[in-house]
Design a protein around this ligand. Structure first.
Ligand SMILES: Cc1cc2nc3c(=O)[nH]c(=O)nc-3n(C[C@H](O)[C@H](O)[C@H](O)COP(=O)(O)OP(=O)(O)OC[C@H]3O[C@@H](n4cnc5c(N)ncnc54)[C@H](O)[C@@H]3O)c2cc1C
Length: 390
Protein backbone atom coordinates (compact mmCIF):
# COMPACT_ATOMS: atom_id res chain seq x y z
CA UNK A 1 0.00 0.00 0.00
CA UNK A 2 1.30 3.50 -0.83
CA UNK A 3 0.27 6.79 0.75
CA UNK A 4 1.76 10.25 1.23
CA UNK A 5 1.73 10.39 5.06
CA UNK A 6 1.61 7.30 7.29
CA UNK A 7 0.14 8.25 10.66
CA UNK A 8 0.78 6.07 13.70
CA UNK A 9 -2.03 6.30 16.28
CA UNK A 10 -5.73 7.18 16.01
CA UNK A 11 -5.97 9.40 19.07
CA UNK A 12 -6.95 13.05 18.65
CA UNK A 13 -3.56 13.95 17.09
CA UNK A 14 -3.55 11.24 14.44
CA UNK A 15 -7.20 11.52 13.43
CA UNK A 16 -7.15 15.31 13.31
CA UNK A 17 -3.98 15.33 11.20
CA UNK A 18 -5.42 12.83 8.75
CA UNK A 19 -8.65 14.85 8.46
CA UNK A 20 -6.87 18.21 7.87
CA UNK A 21 -4.52 16.64 5.31
CA UNK A 22 -7.42 15.00 3.49
CA UNK A 23 -9.32 18.31 3.26
CA UNK A 24 -6.21 19.77 1.57
CA UNK A 25 -5.91 16.85 -0.84
CA UNK A 26 -3.05 15.04 0.95
CA UNK A 27 -3.47 11.28 1.32
CA UNK A 28 -2.77 9.40 4.56
CA UNK A 29 -3.18 6.01 6.22
CA UNK A 30 -3.72 5.82 10.00
CA UNK A 31 -2.52 2.71 11.87
CA UNK A 32 -4.00 2.19 15.34
CA UNK A 33 -3.05 -0.58 17.76
CA UNK A 34 -6.37 -0.72 19.63
CA UNK A 35 -9.91 -1.27 18.35
CA UNK A 36 -11.95 1.77 17.34
CA UNK A 37 -14.44 1.04 20.17
CA UNK A 38 -11.61 1.03 22.71
CA UNK A 39 -10.21 4.37 21.48
CA UNK A 40 -13.67 5.98 21.38
CA UNK A 41 -14.42 4.86 24.93
CA UNK A 42 -11.28 6.25 26.65
CA UNK A 43 -12.24 8.85 29.26
CA UNK A 44 -9.59 11.56 29.26
CA UNK A 45 -9.50 15.31 28.69
CA UNK A 46 -12.44 17.68 28.36
CA UNK A 47 -11.38 21.36 28.37
CA UNK A 48 -10.72 22.82 24.91
CA UNK A 49 -8.92 26.13 24.27
CA UNK A 50 -10.61 28.42 21.75
CA UNK A 51 -7.85 27.95 19.16
CA UNK A 52 -8.31 24.20 19.36
CA UNK A 53 -12.07 24.69 18.91
CA UNK A 54 -11.33 26.74 15.77
CA UNK A 55 -9.06 23.97 14.48
CA UNK A 56 -11.82 21.40 14.96
CA UNK A 57 -14.28 23.64 13.07
CA UNK A 58 -11.72 23.99 10.25
CA UNK A 59 -11.50 20.19 10.18
CA UNK A 60 -15.31 19.99 9.82
CA UNK A 61 -15.83 18.37 13.22
CA UNK A 62 -17.04 21.34 15.27
CA UNK A 63 -20.82 21.12 14.79
CA UNK A 64 -21.69 18.90 17.75
CA UNK A 65 -19.14 20.66 19.98
CA UNK A 66 -20.73 24.02 19.11
CA UNK A 67 -24.26 22.71 19.70
CA UNK A 68 -23.67 20.68 22.86
CA UNK A 69 -20.39 21.88 24.39
CA UNK A 70 -20.48 24.54 27.07
CA UNK A 71 -18.37 27.71 26.95
CA UNK A 72 -16.80 28.68 30.27
CA UNK A 73 -15.44 32.14 30.93
CA UNK A 74 -14.22 31.57 34.47
CA UNK A 75 -12.78 29.00 36.90
CA UNK A 76 -12.57 28.87 40.69
CA UNK A 77 -9.28 28.39 42.53
CA UNK A 78 -9.84 27.41 46.16
CA UNK A 79 -7.55 26.93 49.12
CA UNK A 80 -9.04 25.35 52.22
CA UNK A 81 -12.17 27.45 52.75
CA UNK A 82 -11.24 30.39 50.53
CA UNK A 83 -12.44 30.52 46.94
CA UNK A 84 -11.30 32.87 44.23
CA UNK A 85 -13.01 33.28 40.85
CA UNK A 86 -10.61 33.77 37.95
CA UNK A 87 -12.28 35.69 35.14
CA UNK A 88 -11.00 34.20 31.90
CA UNK A 89 -12.85 36.49 29.50
CA UNK A 90 -12.08 39.95 30.93
CA UNK A 91 -8.28 39.94 30.68
CA UNK A 92 -8.19 38.01 27.38
CA UNK A 93 -10.56 40.05 25.22
CA UNK A 94 -13.55 37.75 25.70
CA UNK A 95 -11.88 34.38 25.27
CA UNK A 96 -12.95 31.21 27.09
CA UNK A 97 -12.73 27.41 26.97
CA UNK A 98 -15.25 24.81 25.82
CA UNK A 99 -16.24 21.81 27.93
CA UNK A 100 -16.33 18.98 25.41
CA UNK A 101 -15.15 15.48 26.25
CA UNK A 102 -12.29 13.81 24.42
CA UNK A 103 -14.57 10.79 23.90
CA UNK A 104 -17.07 12.96 21.97
CA UNK A 105 -14.35 14.65 19.95
CA UNK A 106 -12.79 11.28 19.08
CA UNK A 107 -16.16 9.89 17.97
CA UNK A 108 -16.67 12.89 15.68
CA UNK A 109 -13.19 12.51 14.21
CA UNK A 110 -13.65 8.77 13.52
CA UNK A 111 -17.05 9.48 11.92
CA UNK A 112 -15.57 12.25 9.77
CA UNK A 113 -12.75 10.00 8.54
CA UNK A 114 -15.26 7.27 7.77
CA UNK A 115 -17.57 9.69 5.91
CA UNK A 116 -14.69 10.77 3.66
CA UNK A 117 -13.50 7.21 3.07
CA UNK A 118 -10.28 7.76 5.07
CA UNK A 119 -8.07 4.74 5.74
CA UNK A 120 -7.98 4.18 9.51
CA UNK A 121 -6.73 0.66 10.19
CA UNK A 122 -7.44 -0.26 13.79
CA UNK A 123 -6.17 -3.37 15.60
CA UNK A 124 -2.85 -3.03 13.75
CA UNK A 125 -0.24 -4.94 15.77
CA UNK A 126 3.56 -4.86 15.72
CA UNK A 127 3.77 -1.51 13.94
CA UNK A 128 7.43 -0.87 12.99
CA UNK A 129 9.00 2.16 11.31
CA UNK A 130 11.66 1.80 8.62
CA UNK A 131 13.92 4.14 6.67
CA UNK A 132 13.13 7.29 8.62
CA UNK A 133 16.62 8.65 7.89
CA UNK A 134 16.13 8.38 4.13
CA UNK A 135 13.49 9.79 1.77
CA UNK A 136 11.52 6.54 1.30
CA UNK A 137 10.25 5.57 4.75
CA UNK A 138 7.78 2.77 5.33
CA UNK A 139 5.76 1.18 8.09
CA UNK A 140 5.07 -2.52 8.56
CA UNK A 141 2.36 -4.08 10.73
CA UNK A 142 0.25 -7.18 11.29
CA UNK A 143 -3.54 -7.10 11.08
CA UNK A 144 -6.03 -9.95 11.16
CA UNK A 145 -3.27 -12.54 10.70
CA UNK A 146 -1.68 -10.85 7.65
CA UNK A 147 1.43 -8.73 7.30
CA UNK A 148 0.95 -5.24 5.89
CA UNK A 149 3.27 -2.51 4.65
CA UNK A 150 2.70 1.18 3.94
CA UNK A 151 5.23 3.06 1.78
CA UNK A 152 5.09 6.82 2.27
CA UNK A 153 6.85 10.18 2.03
CA UNK A 154 6.56 11.03 5.74
CA UNK A 155 5.60 9.35 9.02
CA UNK A 156 3.67 11.20 11.72
CA UNK A 157 4.24 9.63 15.15
CA UNK A 158 0.93 10.36 16.91
CA UNK A 159 0.98 7.22 19.06
CA UNK A 160 1.05 8.67 22.54
CA UNK A 161 3.58 8.33 25.35
CA UNK A 162 3.87 4.52 25.13
CA UNK A 163 3.97 4.35 21.32
CA UNK A 164 6.65 3.02 19.00
CA UNK A 165 7.48 6.23 17.10
CA UNK A 166 9.55 8.08 19.70
CA UNK A 167 11.41 4.84 20.48
CA UNK A 168 12.33 4.51 16.77
CA UNK A 169 14.58 7.58 17.00
CA UNK A 170 18.20 6.70 17.88
CA UNK A 171 18.62 7.66 21.58
CA UNK A 172 21.69 9.77 20.76
CA UNK A 173 19.53 11.99 18.53
CA UNK A 174 16.79 12.65 21.08
CA UNK A 175 16.97 14.63 24.31
CA UNK A 176 14.38 14.04 27.04
CA UNK A 177 13.41 16.05 30.10
CA UNK A 178 11.20 14.56 32.80
CA UNK A 179 9.66 15.19 36.19
CA UNK A 180 7.65 12.43 37.84
CA UNK A 181 5.36 13.39 40.71
CA UNK A 182 4.88 11.25 43.84
CA UNK A 183 1.10 11.34 43.34
CA UNK A 184 -1.62 10.76 40.76
CA UNK A 185 -5.25 11.72 40.19
CA UNK A 186 -8.08 9.36 41.09
CA UNK A 187 -10.92 10.28 38.70
CA UNK A 188 -14.59 9.44 39.13
CA UNK A 189 -17.32 9.91 36.51
CA UNK A 190 -20.94 10.04 37.69
CA UNK A 191 -24.32 10.82 36.19
CA UNK A 192 -24.95 13.67 38.62
CA UNK A 193 -25.26 17.43 38.05
CA UNK A 194 -21.90 19.23 38.54
CA UNK A 195 -21.43 20.87 41.93
CA UNK A 196 -20.76 24.19 40.21
CA UNK A 197 -21.29 25.63 36.72
CA UNK A 198 -17.55 26.36 36.56
CA UNK A 199 -14.57 24.13 37.35
CA UNK A 200 -13.24 24.26 40.91
CA UNK A 201 -9.50 23.65 41.41
CA UNK A 202 -9.14 23.09 45.16
CA UNK A 203 -5.87 23.06 47.07
CA UNK A 204 -6.20 21.60 50.57
CA UNK A 205 -4.01 20.29 53.37
CA UNK A 206 -5.47 16.81 52.64
CA UNK A 207 -4.48 17.10 48.97
CA UNK A 208 -5.78 18.56 45.72
CA UNK A 209 -9.30 18.06 44.34
CA UNK A 210 -10.87 19.07 41.04
CA UNK A 211 -14.57 19.44 40.28
CA UNK A 212 -15.03 19.18 36.54
CA UNK A 213 -17.83 18.11 34.23
CA UNK A 214 -18.66 16.75 30.82
CA UNK A 215 -22.24 18.13 30.60
CA UNK A 216 -25.13 19.38 32.79
CA UNK A 217 -25.81 15.78 33.89
CA UNK A 218 -22.32 14.26 33.85
CA UNK A 219 -19.70 15.18 36.46
CA UNK A 220 -16.00 14.35 36.55
CA UNK A 221 -14.26 14.67 39.92
CA UNK A 222 -10.62 14.07 40.82
CA UNK A 223 -8.66 13.56 44.04
CA UNK A 224 -4.90 13.72 44.49
CA UNK A 225 -3.79 10.27 45.70
CA UNK A 226 -0.35 8.73 46.34
CA UNK A 227 1.36 7.21 43.28
CA UNK A 228 0.42 3.56 42.85
CA UNK A 229 -3.04 3.91 44.44
CA UNK A 230 -5.46 1.12 43.50
CA UNK A 231 -8.91 2.53 42.53
CA UNK A 232 -10.35 -0.66 44.08
CA UNK A 233 -9.40 0.75 47.49
CA UNK A 234 -11.73 3.68 46.87
CA UNK A 235 -15.38 2.64 47.07
CA UNK A 236 -17.71 5.48 46.02
CA UNK A 237 -18.62 6.47 49.60
CA UNK A 238 -14.94 6.93 50.52
CA UNK A 239 -14.36 9.04 47.40
CA UNK A 240 -17.33 11.33 48.07
CA UNK A 241 -16.40 11.79 51.76
CA UNK A 242 -12.83 12.71 50.85
CA UNK A 243 -13.96 15.10 48.12
CA UNK A 244 -16.30 16.90 50.52
CA UNK A 245 -13.47 17.23 53.03
CA UNK A 246 -11.21 18.98 50.47
CA UNK A 247 -13.77 21.47 49.08
CA UNK A 248 -14.76 24.87 50.49
CA UNK A 249 -17.81 24.50 52.75
CA UNK A 250 -20.37 25.94 50.30
CA UNK A 251 -19.27 23.60 47.50
CA UNK A 252 -19.17 20.58 49.83
CA UNK A 253 -22.74 21.32 50.93
CA UNK A 254 -23.94 21.60 47.31
CA UNK A 255 -22.28 18.35 46.13
CA UNK A 256 -24.74 15.85 44.63
CA UNK A 257 -23.36 12.30 44.78
CA UNK A 258 -24.34 9.14 42.94
CA UNK A 259 -22.92 5.83 41.77
CA UNK A 260 -19.67 6.05 39.78
CA UNK A 261 -19.76 4.91 36.17
CA UNK A 262 -15.95 4.99 35.83
CA UNK A 263 -13.09 5.27 38.26
CA UNK A 264 -9.37 5.25 37.40
CA UNK A 265 -6.01 6.59 38.51
CA UNK A 266 -3.82 8.67 36.17
CA UNK A 267 -0.16 9.17 37.19
CA UNK A 268 1.19 12.72 36.96
CA UNK A 269 4.21 13.38 34.82
CA UNK A 270 5.93 16.26 33.02
CA UNK A 271 7.90 15.03 30.01
CA UNK A 272 9.36 16.53 26.84
CA UNK A 273 11.31 14.82 24.05
CA UNK A 274 13.02 16.79 21.33
CA UNK A 275 13.68 17.58 18.62
CA UNK A 276 10.19 16.54 17.49
CA UNK A 277 11.55 15.63 14.07
CA UNK A 278 14.03 12.98 13.03
CA UNK A 279 14.52 12.71 9.27
CA UNK A 280 11.12 11.88 7.78
CA UNK A 281 9.50 11.16 11.16
CA UNK A 282 7.57 13.90 12.96
CA UNK A 283 6.34 13.44 16.53
CA UNK A 284 3.10 15.08 17.69
CA UNK A 285 0.99 15.14 20.85
CA UNK A 286 1.64 12.79 23.75
CA UNK A 287 4.28 10.93 21.70
CA UNK A 288 6.54 13.94 22.34
CA UNK A 289 5.30 15.46 25.60
CA UNK A 290 3.16 14.86 28.66
CA UNK A 291 1.89 17.52 31.06
CA UNK A 292 0.24 16.96 34.41
CA UNK A 293 -3.51 17.52 33.81
CA UNK A 294 -3.63 20.58 36.11
CA UNK A 295 -4.25 23.38 33.63
CA UNK A 296 -5.85 21.07 31.01
CA UNK A 297 -3.07 21.39 28.45
CA UNK A 298 -2.44 17.81 27.21
CA UNK A 299 -5.08 17.60 24.51
CA UNK A 300 -4.68 21.27 23.63
CA UNK A 301 -0.95 20.81 23.00
CA UNK A 302 -1.77 17.91 20.68
CA UNK A 303 -3.97 20.44 18.84
CA UNK A 304 -1.21 23.04 18.45
CA UNK A 305 1.29 20.41 17.23
CA UNK A 306 -1.19 19.30 14.59
CA UNK A 307 -1.84 22.90 13.60
CA UNK A 308 1.89 23.37 12.85
CA UNK A 309 2.45 19.92 11.34
CA UNK A 310 -0.60 19.90 9.04
CA UNK A 311 0.27 23.38 7.73
CA UNK A 312 3.89 22.32 7.12
CA UNK A 313 2.94 19.15 5.22
CA UNK A 314 0.25 20.91 3.18
CA UNK A 315 2.76 23.64 2.20
CA UNK A 316 5.32 21.00 1.19
CA UNK A 317 2.84 19.13 -1.00
CA UNK A 318 1.36 22.37 -2.36
CA UNK A 319 4.49 24.25 -3.37
CA UNK A 320 7.52 22.29 -2.21
CA UNK A 321 8.02 24.84 0.59
CA UNK A 322 10.23 23.18 3.24
CA UNK A 323 10.23 26.03 5.78
CA UNK A 324 7.30 24.65 7.81
CA UNK A 325 8.79 21.17 8.05
CA UNK A 326 12.20 22.55 8.98
CA UNK A 327 10.71 24.87 11.61
CA UNK A 328 8.16 22.39 12.98
CA UNK A 329 10.09 21.18 16.01
CA UNK A 330 11.21 24.65 17.03
CA UNK A 331 7.71 26.17 16.75
CA UNK A 332 5.92 23.29 18.45
CA UNK A 333 8.47 23.00 21.27
CA UNK A 334 8.41 26.72 22.06
CA UNK A 335 4.70 26.40 22.84
CA UNK A 336 5.14 23.04 24.59
CA UNK A 337 7.66 24.47 27.07
CA UNK A 338 5.38 27.40 27.93
CA UNK A 339 2.52 24.98 28.57
CA UNK A 340 4.89 22.82 30.65
CA UNK A 341 5.76 25.87 32.73
CA UNK A 342 2.10 26.73 33.30
CA UNK A 343 1.06 23.14 34.10
CA UNK A 344 3.96 22.80 36.55
CA UNK A 345 3.06 26.15 38.17
CA UNK A 346 -0.58 25.16 38.65
CA UNK A 347 0.42 21.74 39.95
CA UNK A 348 2.84 23.33 42.42
CA UNK A 349 0.26 25.88 43.56
CA UNK A 350 -2.48 23.38 44.33
CA UNK A 351 -1.05 19.98 45.30
CA UNK A 352 0.25 18.70 48.59
CA UNK A 353 3.88 17.65 47.96
CA UNK A 354 4.65 15.07 50.65
CA UNK A 355 8.35 15.94 50.76
CA UNK A 356 7.79 19.71 51.13
CA UNK A 357 9.45 21.27 54.18
CA UNK A 358 7.34 23.83 56.10
CA UNK A 359 9.14 26.65 54.25
CA UNK A 360 7.78 25.46 50.90
CA UNK A 361 4.26 25.12 52.32
CA UNK A 362 4.40 28.77 53.41
CA UNK A 363 5.56 29.73 49.92
CA UNK A 364 2.53 27.90 48.51
CA UNK A 365 0.26 29.92 50.79
CA UNK A 366 2.00 33.14 49.76
CA UNK A 367 1.54 32.22 46.09
CA UNK A 368 -2.20 31.82 46.63
CA UNK A 369 -2.40 35.10 48.57
CA UNK A 370 -0.51 36.90 45.82
CA UNK A 371 -2.87 35.49 43.19
CA UNK A 372 -5.90 36.52 45.25
CA UNK A 373 -4.63 40.09 45.57
CA UNK A 374 -3.16 40.72 42.15
CA UNK A 375 -5.18 41.44 39.01
CA UNK A 376 -1.98 41.02 36.99
CA UNK A 377 -1.40 37.51 38.37
CA UNK A 378 -5.02 36.57 37.68
CA UNK A 379 -4.70 37.92 34.13
CA UNK A 380 -1.54 35.83 33.59
CA UNK A 381 -3.39 32.72 34.78
CA UNK A 382 -6.32 33.51 32.45
CA UNK A 383 -4.03 34.11 29.46
CA UNK A 384 -2.34 30.74 29.93
CA UNK A 385 -5.54 28.86 30.72
CA UNK A 386 -7.36 29.94 27.54
CA UNK A 387 -4.18 29.16 25.61
CA UNK A 388 -1.14 31.05 24.30
CA UNK A 389 -1.25 32.07 20.63
CA UNK A 390 -0.21 29.41 18.08
C1 LIG B 1 -5.76 8.72 31.86
C2 LIG B 1 -5.54 10.05 31.18
C3 LIG B 1 -6.26 11.17 31.59
C4 LIG B 1 -6.06 12.40 30.97
N1 LIG B 1 -6.76 13.50 31.39
C5 LIG B 1 -6.54 14.69 30.80
C6 LIG B 1 -7.21 15.86 31.21
O1 LIG B 1 -8.03 15.82 32.12
N2 LIG B 1 -6.95 17.03 30.57
C7 LIG B 1 -6.02 17.11 29.53
O2 LIG B 1 -5.83 18.18 28.95
N3 LIG B 1 -5.38 16.02 29.12
C8 LIG B 1 -5.63 14.83 29.73
N4 LIG B 1 -4.95 13.74 29.30
C9 LIG B 1 -4.05 13.93 28.19
C10 LIG B 1 -4.79 13.87 26.86
O3 LIG B 1 -5.78 12.88 26.90
C11 LIG B 1 -3.74 13.60 25.80
O4 LIG B 1 -2.87 14.71 25.79
C12 LIG B 1 -4.30 13.36 24.40
O5 LIG B 1 -5.02 12.16 24.35
C13 LIG B 1 -3.16 13.35 23.40
O6 LIG B 1 -3.61 12.87 22.17
P1 LIG B 1 -2.66 12.01 21.24
O7 LIG B 1 -3.48 11.69 20.05
O8 LIG B 1 -1.39 12.73 21.06
O9 LIG B 1 -2.31 10.72 22.07
P2 LIG B 1 -3.27 9.51 22.52
O10 LIG B 1 -4.63 10.02 22.82
O11 LIG B 1 -2.54 8.78 23.58
O12 LIG B 1 -3.39 8.61 21.24
C14 LIG B 1 -2.33 7.79 20.79
C15 LIG B 1 -2.91 6.62 20.05
O13 LIG B 1 -1.85 5.82 19.55
C16 LIG B 1 -2.16 4.46 19.75
N5 LIG B 1 -0.91 3.69 19.78
C17 LIG B 1 -0.03 3.58 20.81
N6 LIG B 1 0.99 2.79 20.48
C18 LIG B 1 0.76 2.39 19.21
C19 LIG B 1 1.47 1.55 18.33
N7 LIG B 1 2.63 0.96 18.68
N8 LIG B 1 0.95 1.33 17.10
C20 LIG B 1 -0.21 1.93 16.73
N9 LIG B 1 -0.93 2.73 17.53
C21 LIG B 1 -0.44 2.96 18.77
C22 LIG B 1 -2.93 4.46 21.06
O14 LIG B 1 -3.73 3.29 21.20
C23 LIG B 1 -3.75 5.72 20.94
O15 LIG B 1 -5.01 5.49 20.35
C24 LIG B 1 -5.13 12.51 29.91
C25 LIG B 1 -4.41 11.39 29.50
C26 LIG B 1 -4.60 10.17 30.12
C27 LIG B 1 -3.78 8.99 29.68
Amino acid sequence: MRTQVAIIGAGPSGLLLSQLLDLAGVDSVVLERQSRAHVEGRIRAGVLEDQFQALLRRAGVGARMDAEGEIHDGIAIARDDRSLRIDLAGPTGGRGVCIWGQTELTRDLFAAREARGGAVLDEAADVALHGIDGDRPSVTFRRGGTEGRVDCDFIAGCDGFHGVSRRSIPPARLETWERVYPFGWLGLLSETPPVSRELIYAGHARGFALCSMRSAELSRYYLQVPAGTDPGDWPDARFWDELRARLPEAAAAALVTGPSIEKSVAPLRSFVAGPMRHGRLFLAGDAAHIVPPTGAKGLNLAGSDIHYLSAALIAWYGSGDTAGLEGYSEHAMARVWKAQRFSWWMTRLLHRFPEDPPFDRRLQEAEFDFLAGSQAAQAALAENYVGLAY
